[in-house]
Design a protein. Structure first.
Length: 188
């Protein structure tokens, strides 16, 4: 707790500088005196909600950004989108190796096939839109709710069918791991 509180002052100063704001301007926007703001930033005064809330509002940032508290027990996946040309890839799993999960969004401009190969095995589930899968000599349209799975050593490409964006979930096994789907409950 002490480490988190000690880091708040420098963090406040960093955020203020990023917003190109002087202590006097921040004081005018928050109603907190310049001397109090200065002591907060230097660590001479402990932060309180009464002080941090107006500062967060003035900078238009969430309170936890000012505090930069460690994530403890938060079950949410912090998705960081990766833009690759006309597609967005959002990693949904964090562990190295083994099966990996992604949400992928391809806009309509991602419609010219460029088949590639690599080690692994992939499974797609189309969330929305119409996608096009070029797999070896096959050229298949996949609609919302449809699934495809394939060995990625076969030349393949996936993108929009050209009529709007397409979103999908992808499970990828870099060492060729496959999805295991149970079609019916095991007998008793």
């Amino acid at each position: 707790m002490e480490e988190v509180l000690a880091a708040v002052g420098p963090r406040l100063k960093q955020i203020r500088k990023q917003h190109d704001c002087t202590l006097a301007e921040l004081s005018a926007n928050t109603g907190i005196s310049v001397s109090t703001l200065s002591r907060l930033e230097s660590g001479q005064r402990k932060p309180s909600l009464e002080l941090l809330l107006p500062i967060a509002k003035a900078h238009q940032v969430p309170l936890d950004e000012l505090v930069d508290a460690p994530l403890i027990g938060d079950p949410r996946v912090r998705m960081k989108p990766i833009k690759q040309g006309h597609r967005t890839v959002i990693p949904l799993s964090q562990q190295p190796g083994g099966l990996r999960a992604y949400k992928m969004i391809f806009d309509a401009r991602e419609s010219v096939p460029d088949p590639r190969t690599h080690e692994g095995y992939e499974w797609f589930y189309v969330l929305s839109g119409i996608g096009r899968l070029v797999l070896g000599e096959h050229d298949v349209l996949l609609k919302t709710g449809e699934v495809a799975e394939f060995d990625t050593r076969v030349p393949h490409w996936f993108g929009s069918a050209g009529k709007g964006s397409v979103e999908l979930l992808s499970l990828f096994g870099p060492q060729g791991e496959r999805m295991h789907v149970r079609a019916k409950p095991r007998g008793k």
